[in-house]
Write a protein that binds this ligand. Sequence first.
Ligand SMILES: [Zn+2]
Length: 85
Amino acid sequence: MGVVLDYEPCDECVEYRKLGVTLMEVRDEPVLDGFPEIQNGIYPTGRWCVIRKEAADRMFEGFVDEKNALFIDRELYDLITGGAA
Ligand SMILES: [Zn+2]
């Protein structure tokens, strides 16, 4: 993992995220001291993946917002990705 200045994705990631809904693993404390929170009391772990919109709508009915991004905890992330990083 490189130095995190902010949580804006690079161009490559932006293109990738357009393919569907981004699932971002988060937890309630920073991975390293000083990492900024992404929302009140929520810190990204650095793991994220993109799933098809139709799949996300099915799995998270009513929770997928216009940003097409969801914050999920580790347990759920592992469940969905089969534990792959
Ligand atoms: Zn990137």
